[in-house]
Design a binder for this molecule. Structure first.
Ligand code: ADP
Ligand code: MG
Length: 489
């Protein structure tokens, strides 16, 4: 099981460091893996080849000896050697066999007595062993002792007339020469193995470099893009994977550029909006200063205008602060279960005086009692802006209908008015910050162009949706849909 760092593995309680820090590099990992592969496979291969060649040598040697023994045994019978061991020809042949294979030849008669031993060690002695007994049953027996390194061949001497086993010949031959040639082979194999491993390591370094190179190029390009120079987009098509990363990165980059542009536009708009009331204030103050003898009435009038501009400046700053608070991702929402009917009633009560100034009818249609998990302050901000707009962009003696409904999942708020409406092509922009359809009219009414941006942000923070339907000259309807239970990210 890997721990979070991915570097430890725990097998039955024993901690083993599996991925040391230096293996974090892809290139190194490729080199280490390929080298390990080369070492393991070459060791296995070498072992297999050496073992096989040793086995084959032993097999051929054994077969050779078997042949020689069979031939010699026939000769022993024909020269009646078992009865008389004085035959010089046969003795010479036995000695020759012993010399060729650097081994010992023993001839045993049917009384299990050794009648000839080329090493002259046990002549005259009796020998009874498992092999001897088996051999006397007429079977040729071979045996290879890998530990003590010798081959043993026991051949029965059969009388061709009676078909009886009259004795046996036991040959034991050292395999040291085979071992020596295997050692020579092993030396050569070691050199071959080392060469293969070195070639593999060089190959691995090369492959690693080849694989990692596009990634390094990508990092460099991204660094350059971040610094603000170099290409405008990432083009790394070496592999499908790097192409996919490039494409994904370019999308992100596009999005970043759009965001950056909108941030710049926002800052420009904010400066402009904040400067406008200040410019008016300066003009008012300057013109008063230019008239030292100005009558009190003029002073009072200008001061009233100044106060209005200050109020406007204040409103813009307040709206901006609300917006900034709502703009922050994951801004602190103070979610509580609220009675939405009461929340809307409170807002309408606050706005009734404003509606009354132009004799606008403000109606609340509530289809059921709705309680939902919302941030009361932020949702109120949104609803207030919608109802305020419906009143502000209305006709004399008009109406505003606010309707609240819900199903098992969402509640729906509808704010409809009989106002001036919004032209089709403008509806997609009205939620943008500082966007106003009719700038002079809106300014006259006291708008900042931030209200709908605030409303939309507040709704989106509740994972809701806001939509607008409008017919110029007839009226506008805003619909808001918000989940009854708050869905956290
Ligand atoms: N109910 C409405 N009827 C007509 N026009 C509207 C309505 N609500 C908003 N608008 C238009 O959308 C613009 C943006 O609205 P908003 O963001 O609230 O800014 P403002 O501060 O100007 O009210 C307004 O300037 C107005 O032109
Ligand atoms: Mg508004």
């Amino acid at each position: 099981m890997y721990t979070q760092s991915g570097e430890l593995v725990i097998i039955s309680g024993v901690k083993i460091k599996l991925r040391p820090k230096f293996l974090k590099s892809m290139q190194l990992r490729i080199v280490v893996l390929l080298s390990l592969f080369a070492i393991v496979s070459s060791v296995l291969l070498k072992g297999l080849v050496l073992k096989n060649s040793e086995q084959r040598s032993v097999q051929t040697r054994t077969a050779d000896i078997q042949n020689q023994c069979t031939i010699l045994c026939n000769q022993l019978v024909s020269s009646n050697y078992l009865a008389d061991t004085q035959s010089e020809v046969v003795n010479a042949e036995l000695t020759q066999l012993s010399n060729i294979y650097n081994g010992r030849v023993v001839v045993i008669n049917d009384e299990f007595r050794i009648i000839k031993d080329t090493y002259n060690l046990q002549e005259g002695k009796t020998i009874v062993s498992e092999e001897v007994v088996k051999c006397f049953k007429g079977k040729q027996i071979t045996n290879y002792d890998a530990k003590s390194r010798y081959i043993e061949v026991a051949t029965p001497i059969v009388n061709p007339e009676s078909m009886q086993v009259a004795g046996m010949m036991l040959v034991s031959v050292s395999t040291d020469t085979i071992r020596d040639s295997v050692m020579v082979l092993r030396g050569k194999a070691d050199i071959a193995q080392a060469t293969i491993i070195i070639i593999f390591i060089i190959l691995a370094v090369f492959i690693g470099m080849l694989l990692v190179r596009p990634l390094k190029r990508m990092t460099r390009s991204i660094d350059e893009m971040t610094e603000g120079y170099g290409e405008n987009y990432l083009h790394e098509d070496a592999y499908n994977e790097t192409k996919q990363i490039s494409d994904a990165f370019n999308k992100l980059w596009d999005r970043y550029k759009v965001l950056d542009a909108s941030r710049e536009e926002f800052v420009a708009n904010v400066s402009h909006e904040l400067k406008t009331p200040l410019t008016s204030m300066k003009v008012l103050a300057d013109s008063l200063l230019a008239q030292p003898e100005a009558p009190v009435e003029l002073y009072q009038e200008f001061m009233g205008d100044l106060s209005q501009e200050i109020e406007r400046e204040n409103k813009i700053i307040n709206d901006l602060l609300s917006l900034v608070k709502l703009d922050k991702r994951g801004a602190n929402l103070n979610i509580k279960s609220e009675n939405i009917n009461e929340l809307v009633e409170r807002i309408l009560k606050r706005l009734r005086p404003l509606a009354a100034t132009r004799n606008i009818e403000l109606v609340f249609e509530s289809f059921r009692t709705v309680s939902a998990e919302v941030d009361e302050v932020k949702l109120s901000l949104a609803v207030t802006n919608l109802v305020e707009n419906a009143v502000k962009y209305n006709k004399e003696d008009g109406w505003v209908h606010v309707a609240l409904n819900a199903d098992h999942k969402y509640f729906y708020l509808k704010v409809a008015d009989s106002g001036i409406g919004i032209p089709k092509e403008e509806t997609e922009h009205i939620f943008e910050r500082f966007y106003r359809v009719d700038k002079s009219h809106s300014r006259e009414i006291g708008g900042t162009g931030l209200g709908l941006a605030i409303a939309r942000n507040a709704v989106v923070m509740h994972r809701g949706a806001i939509k607008v339907y409008s017919e110029p000259g007839e009226g506008t309807t805003f619909t808001v849909r918000i989940p009854l239970t708050y869905i956290s990210q």
